[in-house]
Write a protein that binds this ligand. Sequence first.
Ligand code: NAD
Length: 294
Amino acid sequence: MSIAFIGLGNMGGPMAVNLHKAGFKVTATDLSADARARVAAEGVSVSDSAAGAVSDADVVISMLPASRHVEGLYLGEGGLLATLAASVRVIDCSTIAPETARKVAKAAAEKGISLIDAPVSGGTAGATNATLTFMVGGEDAAVAAAKPLLEAMGKNIFHAGGNGAGQVAKVCNNMLLAIHMIGSAEALNLGVSLGLDASVLSDIMKQSSGDNWSLQKYNPMPGVMEGVPASRDYSGGFGTDLMLKDLGLAEEAALGAQTPIPLGGLARQLYALHSAGGNGGLDFSSILRMLQKA
Ligand code: NAD
């Protein structure tokens, strides 16, 4: 099976490498020459254009930043859907608006092409270690056909429902992630301001009712946990601007459903302030810096 992988950033790069390691024939591409070079160094074939990457593909996988990139790649005159054969299966792993996922899937279906949304959770460590969780939206047959590929990149695959359902699950999950990251940063910063050691406080909260994923896997306080963005100046990881995008998706979806998300809305404002302060490129756990005394 021949796979075209489009978007080789923090997540897509290691995902493409894992497919290659699992024995699939992968041709990968990205707008960035550096990103292409990183996966080429791992033995993956690269092409300098999406059109080149998909030329003999049975499956196209995309991992792009946001809705507009996915629409740009697939729709319109120069979009891939105009040229792909109906036998090609498409898996979009980007986190985008549920509405956009449904729009792109509908346009694909009109050409006889099956397209599923399969956003992920698990961060860059999950992408590197092939332990991602996939939240999938699409028809049963298309989801079943995608499973062996998703299993080469992750360990939990949930079929959430029809097209767009994977994105709904992802938007809800990331809103909760933002809220408990801010809460964890706030609690740790308060403890440190009151004289506690951040590692001691983290250990206590991990065994108490304040326990959550941010404390277990992604501590935002530098020096508490090895190998997380906080311990490398908040580089790599999941960018503040990507979290801000996801919180925007949550607000947009909540508005459409007329459902209140007071903490999600506040989290969005806090991340917008953090980004406006010039921190958009830092990992999202750097929100702790906004709370710290100068
Ligand atoms: P990233 O910004 O590191 O990478 C995106 C890549 O897409 C870049 O290398 C960019 O050059 C490339 N790109 C953009 N438009 C393109 C196009 N038209 N053709 C080819 N390449 C193109 O982002 P990331 O962290 O890898 O995240 C990708 C997606 O995964 C986002 O939707 C994000 O919300 C989601 N996500 C990220 C994480 C994380 O921890 N980083 C976790 C879960 C989900």
